[in-house]
Write a protein that binds this ligand. Structure first.
Ligand code: CO
Ligand code: CO
Length: 315
């Protein structure tokens, strides 16, 4: 988007230049509102699960910046003459129930007739005080926390090919449905220096943005990274989505990989995620406080160090 001409507005506190998760705009009374939008095609077969996942994914960008969601609007594409309306009802109910868990109403939306179903939310929230968690302020010596296991892109491809057992679909689906609210609630009482959520660009893509914008190198311990069940075996058998391959080619020149890591390992940590966890750069003491309070699979996966030739080192 760098070739677009965008006029400057003093009210825009976070715009789209920095590839942060949401936009932040200041109101005339000094309060800051935060807004984001995301929608996509089904990644699981169950419409109710898909609705919950899409809503959780849309809300994530608000939590990733320290915002508190206030309300949302639906964005819907649906082949109204080809699929039973009950499918759409279930998708929307999934969204409503997830929004309820986030303690916000869905107050409207817009739908179009579309060959392939699509669903997501526009979410508006507010920022309390001056605390905006950007992706550009990580500090040398911080540790790096990741709050969900990786592998949803690979698993979604496996599901389309009928290769994932029901039990493992359920685990992946539950992970994607999980709001990043709990993680954000704990972080609110701490002082993270940079936060983002893992989505389409994968762990390495989002980490590269943090490193680039913070002028640091991340040192990542591959053995600390957790994966959803079946992600590794699917990747080994060649199930690598196009987006994950593109992510890898995009980041590969910025990363030095340990010589024992093979191409499957490299794809696994480049995997494009849907409704992924938070990636947090924070001092070690507070990171331990976070892991003590967090219910879920959360790991310290590495640390920040002064900028080296490569922005990311995976050992
Ligand atoms: Co994001
Ligand atoms: Co997004």
């Amino acid at each position: 988007m760098s070739n677009l001409k965008t006029p400057k507005f003093d009210t825009v506190k976070v715009g789209f230049e920095t590839s942060d998760d949401s936009a932040v705009v200041e109101l005339s009374n000094g309060k800051k509102i935060i807004q984001t939008v995301d929608f996509f095609t089904p990644i699981v077969d169950d419409p109710y699960d898909f609705g919950q996942i899409a809503a959780s994914n849309s809300l994530s960008d608000i939590y990733a910046m320290g915002g508190r969601p206030l309300f949302a609007l639906n964005i819907v594409g649906f082949p109204i003459n080809e699929l039973p309306k009950s499918i759409l009802t279930n998708i929307l109910q999934g969204g409503i129930d997830k929004a309820k868990e986030a303690d916000i109403p869905i107050v409207g939306g817009h739908s179009v007739d579309d060959k392939e179903p699509k669903y997501g939310l526009v979410v508006t929230g507010e920022i309390n005080g001056d605390k905006i968690w950007k992706n550009s302020e990580a500090k040398d010596g911080d540790v790096i926390l990741l709050t969900k296991p990786l592998g949803t892109g690979i698993i979604a491809s496996g599901i389309k090919k009928g290769l994932v057992p029901d039990k493992e679909i359920k685990i992946a689906s539950n992970s994607m449905k999980t709001l990043n609210k709990h993680a954000a609630d704990i972080l609110e009482n701490l002082n993270p220096s940079a936060v983002t959520d893992i989505s389409g660009f994968g762990l390495l893509g989002h980490l590269k943005e943090v490193c680039e914008n913070s002028q640091l190198t991340a040192n990542i311990d591959y053995s600390k990274i957790q994966f959803l069940p079946s992600a590794k075996s699917l990747a080994k058998s060649g199930i690598i989505p196009g987006g994950t391959k593109r992510n890898f080619s995009y980041i590969k020149d910025s990363v030095s990989f340990h010589s024992e890591l093979n191409q499957v390992n490299k794809y696994l940590i480049s995997d494009a995620q849907t409704s992924g966890g938070l990636l947090i750069s924070i001092n070690e003491k507070e990171a331990l406080e976070f892991t003590d309070n967090f219910h879920g699979e959360c790991q310290i996966i590495g640390y920040m160090e002064p900028k080296k030739e490569k922005l990311i080192k995976v050992v």
